[in-house]
Design a protein around this ligand. Structure first.
Ligand code: HMG
Ligand code: MG
Length: 300
């Protein structure tokens, strides 16, 4: 089977929702452990307002200390975030909006239209400053919104279209609240294929939260449909502070196990990965809870 990309979002999505302050040095050790496990792409932090997400207020301090090796990216919500990202030389940025108006307002204090208008200014400014820069566009609440309920695939497709027209390199579709099931993945995929053709499969990543335990089934559905990029968070850490009821992300350990078990080589050392989040979990006073992580650690 062709190669699958794993985008580790633990240092960003995994930590942003945690109330206990995590020192920058501890985040850096976490990132280094992720790097050593073989993860090639890591979303390291966010250049968002520290009032909205206090946990990631150290983005500018963290970025220059990232250990070399992986491709690192960071979330950018607006022009100010872009300026901060450019100041420290961030080569890969992730813009974020949503398919639901209510969630977009709760998360970034903007309408979807306003956020897209912001991106129309941010994208050329970034491209002008960064040679070979890379831009991801997130579309959150791609299946269900905590405020508006179920989201029709057409709503998602229209935001994806706007992002592609602006020239993003990839769109990540977020099941922000972690409630979708495989049939909804198939329905959204059908909408995407209808709108954009099979080329879209190389330009979409899936970002499943695992609130109800369906994330891994959703990955398999997307794999069967021909998609090859998945976001995940070591130890299943994660959640969005502005999405009530959102659980942790799909655990990277579960994803790696699922892929390797069907002969898709990831290049990731599952034991090293399973250990990577242990220090952060201990700092947060939690036991490992991701299934493949626990099963792997049990071999020690
Ligand atoms: P706002 O309050 O409307 O911003 O927030 P504003 O432009 O009115 O500015 C208010 C203050 O914030 C000002 O400071 C600005 O300078 C400052 P003051 O004058 O009051 O001292 N400010 C900033 N500071 C640092 N960096 C910035 C920045 N921008 C403004 N970039 C804003 C609007 C977008 C800033 C805010 O709503 C925000 O930061 N939201 C981010 C929320 C967030 O990070 N959510 C989680 C990430 S999304 C997610 O988790 C979903 C995802 O995982 C996919 C999925 O699961 O679906 C990606
Ligand atoms: Mg998320």
């Amino acid at each position: 089977m062709s190669q699958v990309r794993i985008i580790e979002v633990g240092p960003r999505d995994g930590l942003q929702n945690e109330a206990t302050p995590i020192p920058t040095e501890l985040k850096l050790r976490f990132i280094d452990a992720l790097r050593q496990s073989g993860l090639p792409e890591i979303e390291a932090t966010s250049f968002v307002s520290p009032k909205w997400v206090p946990q990631l207020a150290d983005a500018a301090e963290l970025w220059p200390q990232l250990p070399p090796g992986p491709l690192y990216s960071a979330l950018v919500p607006n022009q100010k975030g872009l300026e901060s990202a450019l100041k420290v030389g961030t080569p890969r940025i992730a813009l974020f909006t949503a398919a639901s108006q209510a969630f977009t307002t709760a998360n970034i204090n903007r309408t979807i239209g306003d956020s897209l208008a912001d991106f129309r200014e941010i994208i050329p400014a970034f491209r002008q400053s960064v040679t070979n820069g890379w831009i991801r566009g997130y579309v959150s609440t791609a299946f269900e919104c905590p405020f508006q309920g179920l989201i029709h695939p057409d709503q998602v497709v229209s935001v994806v279209r706007a992002l592609f027209e602006m020239g993003v390199d990839e769109v990540s579709l977020g099941d922000t609240v972690g409630r979708a099931g495989p049939l909804e993945v198939c329905a959204l995929s059908a909408g995407l294929l209808d709108a954009f053709g099979t080329e879209v499969q190389g330009e979409i990543a899936w970002h499943f939260h695992d609130t109800y335990g369906t994330a891994i089934a959703n990955v398999q559905a997307a794999l069967n449909l021909g998609y090859r990029a998945f976001d995940a968070s070591a130890g299943g850490l994660g959640g969005c502070p502005y999405a009530p009821g959102a659980g942790g992300n799909l655990a990277t350990e579960d994803l790696v196990y699922l892929l390797e078990r069907q002969g898709i080589r990831t290049g990731i050392d599952l034991m090293a990965l399973s250990q990577a989040s242990l220090e952060i979990l201990a700092h947060l006073g939690r036991e490992p809870s991701a299934k493949a992580q626990r099963a792997t650690l049990a071999k020690l």
